[in-house]
Design a protein around this ligand. Sequence first.
Ligand SMILES: [Zn+2]
Ligand SMILES: [Zn+2]
Length: 139
Amino acid sequence: MSDRPLITGGCFCGDVAYEIDGALQSGRACHCSRCRKAFSGASSAYAEIAPGSTFRWTGREPVRFDTGGGWGMGFCGRCGSTLCGLMGEKVHGVTLGCVNGDPGVEIDYHLFVGSRAPWDHIGGSAPQYEAHPPASGSD
Ligand SMILES: [Zn+2]
Ligand SMILES: [Zn+2]
């Protein structure tokens, strides 16, 4: 797609790995109770694969966990890192924590701040929304 360097990522143990020829977009942190569990943290840190980008697994493929409505999450079957969100069979986006180096995006906004954990102190200057951001259908 471009002459940008490939974006690469992988899990904690290194078994699952990927590369993206293209870009990420719409970085966000969701503080809802589901994302806290799925990402084992204060929030998700997630960005979508930009249209026109090519995603490929370069190591073992992750284990799928269905979250409903055709959506799923991809985890390493050995170390448990959360690597991606799946829509059907397609990789919709990746967890920013598993990207190697600079993913080229930042957290653009925080969502579901209204249900954040009591111990969560959100820093930075990105906008914070009680639930979904305005004019957005889903996270
Ligand atoms: Zn692993
Ligand atoms: Zn969430």
